[in-house]
Write a protein that binds this ligand. Structure first.
Ligand code: HEM
Length: 125
């Protein structure tokens, strides 16, 4: 396993911070804007990097004997990605995004709490 990816949580943090910024930039643009399409494409690349870096941290966490909390962390992280994607796609199609925003906020609160509670990296909670 590449050590620089799992010796700290910094690369994982970088990927999801960039994703959140790209998401808010994309969502603030008009649904038909060309810039929104491009930003959304870069955001999708960040999804892959979040899943790779998070997945490697998850593999490392299997030794810690806290499988359930790490499982919730993984699921809520995937939830954040899924809801960001659905807000953008439904918004583009002119469909209601209210439920997707609620899902996004719930998953984001859960993932930040669990991430900053669990053992690796920062421990704010
Ligand atoms: C946008 C989605 C995500 C956000 C906002 C997020 C957020 C975070 C945060 C805040 C931390 C704590 C960093 C630290 O304490 O230094 C973290 C760590 C971690 N993340 Fe994510 N994450 C996301 C997606 C994922 C995904 C998809 C996975 C799994 C495939 C994952 C697995 C992990 C693991 C295993 C850790 C280490 C937890 C620890 O022991 O502190 N994350 N993430």
């Amino acid at each position: 396993m590449p050590d620089f990816l799992t010796s700290s949580t910094h690369i994982h943090i970088t990927t999801w911070v960039l994703a959140l910024v790209l998401f808010f930039v994309a969502v603030s643009m008009a649904p038909t804007a060309k810039g929104r399409k491009i930003t959304h494409m870069i955001l999708r690349l960040m999804y892959v990097l979040i899943i790779i870096t998070g997945g490697l941290l998850f593999a490392k966490s299997l030794d810690f004997g806290q499988g359930m909390l790490y499982g919730f962390k993984l699921i809520s992280g995937l939830g954040v990605i899924a809801f960001m994607e659905m807000v953008l796609v439904r918004g583009q199609k002119g469909k209601s995004t209210k439920g997707m925003w609620i899902g996004l906020i719930i998953c984001l609160v859960a993932v930040l709490y669990l991430g900053f509670h669990l053992q690796m990296g920062f421990k704010f909670f």
